[in-house]
Design a protein around this ligand. Structure first.
Ligand SMILES: [Zn+2]
Length: 196
C-alpha cells in the first residue's frame, strides 16, 4: 500500500462506476426518476477540428463546477454536450489532415469525447448532438426555408473578404490587420453573391 495518488487507477475506477450507475444521465419528465427541482447547464459546443487543449478544459471545468454545485444543492442537472462540426473549421481541419471532412470530424469527435470522459465531467452522454449530422441540420435547413417563405431571405451583391489561400470568404472577425487569422495570407475584397 502507498498513499500516493494514482490518477490512472483511482479516476478510471470511479468513472466506470459513474457510467454504470448512470450518475449524470437525466430522465425525461414523466419517465420516473427523482422529483427534484430541475436545472440546465449548457456551454458553447466545441469545434471538433482537433483535440481538446487546456483552454477547453478551463471552459468546461467552469460548467462542471456549476453542475456539481447545483447537484449538491439537490437539483437534477441536465448537462448535454454537442459538437459545432459543420462548417469552415471542420473543412480546414479536413484539408490539413488530408481526409474527407466526415472522417476527420468523426475521428476528432471520438477523441474529444474520450478526453471529456477521462476528465470525468458530469455530462449526460445520452444527450449529445453534432451539427454535421443530417438529423440536426435538417432543422436549420427547415428554418431557413421558413424564413425564405416569409420573405426574410434575399440575394444581393456585396463586397466580401476573401482569403486566396484558404479559398473561402471570411467574416470580419477572421481578418486581423488585413490578414487571414487562420493562415496569415493577405485578404482580398471581392464582389460576390451573399445571402443575408
Ligand atoms: Zn487564410
Amino acid at each position: 500500500m502507498t498513499d500516493r495518488y494514482d490518477p490512472q487507477a483511482i479516476e478510471a475506477k470511479w468513472q466506470d462506476v459513474w457510467r454504470a450507475e448512470r450518475a449524470f444521465n437525466v430522465p425525461n419528465p414523466g419517465s420516473g426518476g427523482a422529483a427534484a427541482e430541475k436545472t440546465y447547464v449548457l456551454e458553447m459546443l466545441p469545434y471538433p477540428s482537433g483535440e481538446l487543449h487546456m483552454g477547453h478544459v478551463r471552459n468546461y471545468m467552469l460548467g462542471e463546477v456549476v453542475t456539481h454545485f447545483r447537484r449538491r444543492h439537490g437539483y437534477q442537472v441536465l448537462r448535454p454536450m454537442g459538437f459545432d462540426s459543420f462548417g469552415l473549421p471542420s473543412e480546414n481541419a479536413a484539408i490539413q489532415q488530408g481526409a474527407h471532412p466526415r472522417v476527420v470530424t468523426e475521428r476528432n469527435i471520438a477523441a474529444i469525447r474520450a478526453q471529456m470522459e477521462r476528465l470525468g465531467w458530469a455530462i449526460d452522454w445520452d444527450r449529445v448532438l453534432a451539427t454535421h449530422e443530417p438529423a440536426y441540420y435538417r432543422w436549420t435547413q427547415w428554418l431557413f426555408l421558413k424564413f425564405f417563405e416569409h420573405g426574410h431571405v434575399y440575394r444581393k451583391q456585396v463586397a466580401v473578404k476573401w482569403c486566396p489561400n484558404d479559398q473561402t470568404v471570411l467574416a470580419n472577425e477572421q481578418v486581423i490587420d488585413g490578414h487571414c487569422e487562420r493562415c496569415g495570407a493577405e485578404v482580398e475584397a471581392r464582389r460576390g453573391r451573399s445571402a443575408s
